[in-house]
Design a protein around this ligand. Structure first.
Ligand SMILES: Nc1ncnc2c1ncn2[C@@H]1O[C@H](COP(=O)(O)OP(=O)(O)OP(=O)(O)O)[C@@H](O)[C@H]1O
Length: 282
């Protein structure tokens, strides 16, 4: 496997009325090409702060105060906003929970997919339109030629999230960061979107950092799992190992919260598919 992302001793702090608060407390992890790493943990454990640190999208009161984030040997910590914008357009893309807030309601779908192609890849409007239609096809949107003329509110939640994924993939990023992208969707659509991300990862050889608090989602999509608690990594390992032999009591607690799962740790996820395989056979 080829190393894509290396995070070392990352400390991310927020300035608050009470002083500096460390949301991320010196975490280290790696992501290989073609690998999905899920970051799991309860609300407030620092998952989003980690994702936003990698993207260089921390809010104004947030700051990386220590550590290193290397993307293919390029150090991201300390880059200017302009340099980071370049990297976000080309190398790293992000998808969020609520596509309605990320899509601009006053522009057509077509306009919003064309924009990054014209800006970052210098395509003409005509070229960008053709590529947009291909991208919408790739993410499973029917009648793409019609859809590019529509506005976000004319699409269902699942279709909007597919549009967001198409936009995120437009510049063929090497790293996709997904922060709870399926939380707002119903279970069937959620499963389709997870399959789509997984297929596109395979086709494009992307690395994926997937933030979620849902262990059912982890079972569907993760290769490796990083468990965060109070800004620290308490456990990291292969998805099968984490589900079948969780080491940390906090991880065991997270697994216990998965519905319809037997309480005995040997029976974790019986009946739940991990990448289409029964966990019992691995
Ligand atoms: N803009 C901010 N200013 C101050 N503190 C913040 C800010 N954003 C997050 N925090 C704090 O940082 C900690 C980590 O938050 P973060 O959003 O990374 O958690 P999370 O694991 O992603 O949670 P969730 O699942 O709810 O999104 C929390 O204690 C949170 O209150």
């Amino acid at each position: 496997m080829e190393r894509l992302l290396q995070v070392e001793n990352l400390v991310t702090q927020y300035k608050t009325a009470e002083g500096m608060f460390s949301a991320v407390k010196g975490i280290s992890f790696t992501v290989e090409k073609g690998e999905t790493v899920c970051i799991v943990g309860e609300s407030g454990s620092g998952k989003s702060a980690t994702a936003l640190s990698i993207m260089g999208l921390l809010p104004a009161n947030g700051k990386i105060t220590e550590g290193s984030i290397r993307l293919k040997d390029d150090e991201l910590v300390g880059k200017t906003e302009e340099q980071l914008q370049q990297i976000r357009g080309n190398e790293i893309s992000m998808i969020f929970q609520e596509p309605m807030t990320a899509l601009n309601p006053v522009f057509t779908i077509g306009f919003q997919i064309r924009e990054p192609l014209m800006i970052h890849l210098n395509m003409s409007k005509k070229e960008a339109t053709l590529v947009s239609i291909e991208l919408l096809k790739k993410v499973g949107i029917p009648n793409p030629k019609e859809k590019i003329k529509q506005f976000p509110h004319e699409l269902s939640g699942g279709m909007r999230q597919r549009v967001m994924i198409a936009i995120a993939l437009a510049c063929e990023p090497s790293l996709l960061i997904a922060d709870e992208p399926t939380t707002a969707l119903d279970v069937t659509i959620q499963s389709q979107i997870l399959d789509l991300i997984d297929d596109l990862k395979e086709q494009m050889g992307m690395g994926v950092v997937f933030v979620t608090h849902d262990m059912g989602v982890v079972a569907e999509i993760a290769d490796r799992v990083m468990v965060m608690y109070a800004g620290e990594v308490v456990e990291m390992g292969d998805v099968h190992r984490i589900f079948n032999h969780p080491q940390h009591s906090y991880t065991k607690g997270l697994l216990a919260a998965v519905p319809n799962v037997d309480d005995d740790s040997k029976n974790w996820l019986q009946g739940v598919n991990i990448h289409g395989k029964s966990s019992a056979s691995s």
